[in-house]
Design a binder for this molecule. Structure first.
Ligand code: GLN
Length: 295
């Protein structure tokens, strides 16, 4: 027999140790409460963050892993980033666009589903015709529009321009990882300055937010301002693009230009002043979103 146990030797429960052993289910519930104030989708965000940490898909986690244990420190660190307003796409490191999984992070605009309207519009235009052979993406960011077009038209080649070299790092990486490296070129540049066309398809999602507009906090505080804001009326970049666009289009070439929901008439006027014709297309929410432009 050993010496009698002194009172001090009796192990006392350590509350922090107890919290360390937390199931995925418990962690998600706690995180949902914490994210309520920041996010419109707190439960979904909490689930995606947990699945990210476990290295599995959200469905697989929900179907079979909710009773697993999850590391509190690591999970809380992810939840804290989201609670601080960081976009989910930056925390997870990727975002899907047109079924392509694109890597994104600070310094590059998160691709929005609204922008898929441009690819949808171009696809409808080229249906039953020869697809575009040459594509230009002005303000390519993560490469989303260009890579979606190259995926859609396997014989096409394209150039993505951006004035942010950080964005171009993401775009090149996406082109490499997704297998488009031989068909996509990326260049640092100011819109079409120094570019030689013509192109069968020009895609462009320029900055179009009015200076001082009230954007959601995660967008305003975390996404690159230079990809969002375009002067008092949000039209500064359209003025420049409208002047450059005509000579960039091949004979049957078109451009698909993203617009803010209230800008269709004003942007169409800027383009028609340059002798270009436009047709308006709406996004899935029914908002004006894309001008199809041709000469
Ligand atoms: N649609 C984006 C937003 O509202 C704006 C993107 C842009 O300016 N091109 O956050």
């Amino acid at each position: 027999m050993g010496p009698p146990l002194s009172a001090e030797a009796v192990p006392t429960p350590d509350p922090s140790r107890k919290r360390e052993g937390r199931t995925v289910r418990e962690a998600i519930a706690a995180a949902t409460t914490r994210l309520n104030a920041t996010s419109e989708t707190p439960r979904l965000d909490a689930e995606l963050l947990a699945a990210h940490l476990l290295g599995i898909g959200r469905e697989a986690m929900l179907l079979g892993r909710l009773d697993d244990m999850i590391g509190k420190t690591e999970f809380d660190a992810l939840v804290a980033r989201r609670a601080g307003g960081e976009p989910m796409a930056y925390i997870l490191g990727h975002r899907e666009f047109w079924s392509l999984d694109l890597a994104v992070g600070p310094g590059v605009l998160v691709p929005r589903p609204d922008s898929e309207t441009l690819i949808e519009t171009a696809r409808a235009h080229f249906a039953g015709k020869a697809g575009p052979e040459s594509v230009l993406d002005l303000g390519t960011g993560s490469g989303a529009l260009l890579l979606a077009a190259l995926w859609e038209w396997p014989d096409a080649r394209g150039i993505g321009i951006d004035r942010s070299d950080t964005a171009l790092v993401w775009a090149k990486r996406n082109a490499d990882v997704l297998g488009f490296a031989t068909r996509a070129t990326f260049r640092l540049g100011d819109w079409a300055d120094g570019l030689e066309g013509p192109f069968d398809l020009v895609l462009c999602n320029p900055p179009y937010v009015e200076t001082g507009a009230d954007l959601p906090r995660d967008v305003r505080d975390h996404e690159p301002a230079e990809a969002l804001f375009a002067g008092e009326d949000g039209l500064d970049e359209y003025r420049r693009i409208a002047r450059a666009l005509g000579p960039l289009l091949s004979q049957n070439g078109i451009a698909c230009i993203e617009i803010g929901a209230s800008q269709a008439d004003r942007v169409a006027r800027l383009l028609s002043a340059q002798g270009l014709r436009t047709r308006l297309f709406r996004d899935l929410a029914g908002r004006d979103r894309c001008l199809l432009v041709h000469s």
